[in-house]
Design a protein around this ligand. Structure first.
Ligand code: KMH
Ligand code: ZN
Length: 270
């Protein structure tokens, strides 16, 4: 098995400071928490940014500042969100891709997202894929439901995605695929040879699904974007969630990938 890539999903678009005082909001805060997560074993920082009022934003300058702040502190792979927040236009969501970051997310379908709809028409998905390709950004397919795997593979057939294929199965979003072993395996089984995958699960599902990801040879994403609590009634920090996966992997004798090893696994040339 490859060493374990831990992704720290530090911010997201939905969590607020009212939900947890530990949420980073400014470029400096996000970068500080990225560096802490890196120290605990994370090799990818999945980032969103917030405006001065803490609202979700896809502003190019804010992303640029955040990436520069992260680069000052650590050597993590920065993966920008192209999902942004529900209701944003494709043009708005695509802004950070023009910075040519090492990675960006690419959601390959629409899904009910709590009380909203995370809308991604096929034409939008093609536009996202073509833009990532133009700026030479390694996509991470964000899979919220089973059909999205086949749509991702259709982009490869259409020539809109090339090179190594990496998937992130986001389990347990209300409206999306449930967070359990059967549903995870259903999606892993659809992947072509050589593809890699990460599991991200929402809320209390994050811990058991992380253990499954480690033992099945996948990779793991944790962080406040997906889960606020370390355990029932106890708020987590990004660093504490990453540190726990690191310990779990050590107990299960799976080595942790450095950022350099993660780049090799994902075929990213820095
Ligand atoms: N905030 C969600 C609507 C991504 O980062 O690409 C979408 C999301 C996925 O978070
Ligand atoms: Zn995200």
């Amino acid at each position: 098995m490859d060493p374990l890539i831990i992704t720290a999903a530090l911010v997201g678009a939905e969590v607020t400071r009212k939900d947890t005082p530990h949420l980073p909001l400014t470029p400096q805060e996000i970068a500080e928490q990225a560096a802490e997560a890196c120290e605990k074993g994370a090799s990818i920082a999945h980032i969103h940014v917030r405006d001065t009022e803490g609202h979700p934003s896809q502003n190019r300058d804010l992303y640029e500042e955040t990436i520069l702040e992260i680069e000052k502190r650590c050597d993590m792979i920065v993966q920008v969100s192209t999902g942004g927040a529900v209701g944003m236009t494709p043009e708005e969501r695509l802004q950070p891709v023009t910075l040519s970051p090492e990675m960006a997310t690419l959601t390959t379908g629409s899904v009910n997202f709590g009380h909203g709809v995370f809308y991604n028409s096929h034409a939008d998905i093609q536009q996202f894929a073509a833009t990532l390709q133009k700026y030479q950004v390694r996509p991470e397919f964000e899979i919220f439901d089973t059909g999205m795997v086949q749509t991702a593979l259709s982009l490869v057939k259409e020539g809109l995605v090339d090179g190594h294929l990496h998937f992130d199965f986001v389990l347990g979003v209300p409206g999306g695929i449930p967070a359990d072993a059967r549903h995870l395996l259903l999606m892993v089984d659809q992947l072509p040879a050589g593809a890699t995958w990460t599991v991200a699960a929402v809320g209390r599902h994050q811990l058991p699904m992380s253990a499954l990801g480690i033992t099945l040879g996948g990779h793991v994403r944790v962080g406040l974007e997906d889960n606020l609590y370390y355990r029932k009634g106890e708020l987590a920090t990004n660093a504490s969630l990453v540190a726990r996966v690191n310990r779990l992997a050590k107990e299960l004798e799976r080595p942790i990938a450095t950022p350099e090893e993660a780049r090799k696994i994902l075929h990213i040339n820095k």
